[in-house]
Design a protein around this ligand. Structure first.
Ligand code: FE2
Length: 218
């Protein structure tokens, strides 16, 4: 099911020019459901906030955990790429702790993990991050927070989950999404990576619906 959707998305992205010329015929992609921002967005952004979260500038170390490449494309419901959008992610480190003063779990702070990063979607709407596989913490399935910021629309928040994680079925935010297809659109298969340095890779395409794109930035 997911791979069918992915093929469709690829085909749509490839035929964007045709669709632009014939808007009435454009297929409708399923909009990515929003999710709560959550309490752990950084109070202060780190000095190093690039799209490689497993290295921190000034240190030669590598973050603890399984390194994962996350790529994806940002599209509107017609499959048109959304360019130049600031995509931010934040998540727990490889021990399951946020680098945030309000995370009071007795788990290590990882000096080699950035905790937060950002990227800009390119001309085709693509983005990429290198991070560690998030792990579950009490009450939550493994997840990565996403915020999409752009002057054209109000900030959109969602969360990415990992296929096969046993905590998914019990996660209160994921299971709140009633529509199965919408829920599954947030759950990403992590496969063995064929890129250097990462052991896993996953693809998380994000579709911004009309209601999101028409909500003006405040
Ligand atoms: Fe979280």
């Amino acid at each position: 099911m997911r791979s069918t959707r992915r093929r469709l998305m690829g085909a749509l992205a490839g035929s964007a020019a045709l669709m632009g010329a014939w808007p009435g015929a454009a297929a409708q992609l399923l909009a990515t459901p929003p999710q709560a921002e959550g309490p752990f967005y950084p109070l202060e952004l780190p000095l190093d906030q690039d799209n490689d979260l497993v290295h921190v500038a000034g240190s030669s170390g590598v973050a603890h955990g399984q390194i994962v490449d996350i790529t994806g494309t940002l599209l509107d419901e017609r499959g048109q790429p959304l360019r130049g959008v600031r995509i931010e992610i934040w998540q727990v480190n490889g021990f399951g702790r946020y680098h945030h003063p309000h995370d009071r779990q007795n788990k290590p702070w990882d000096p080699n993990f950035q905790g937060f990063g950002h990227a800009l979607s390119d001309e085709q709407g693509r983005y990429r991050f290198r991070t560690v596989r998030p792990i579950a913490y009490p009450g939550r399935a493994p997840h990565i927070h996403f915020a999409l910021r752009d002057r054209r629309f109000a900030t959109f928040y969602t969360q990415m989950y990992i296929a096969g994680a046993p905590e998914n079925a019990r996660d209160f935010l994921l299971s709140r999404i009633g529509d199965r297809k919408a829920r599954e659109s947030l759950v990403v298969d992590l496969m063995p990576a064929n890129t250097q340095g990462a052991s896993l890779q996953g693809r998380f395409d994000i579709v911004l619906g009309r209601t999101v794109l028409s909500r003006e930035a405040g």
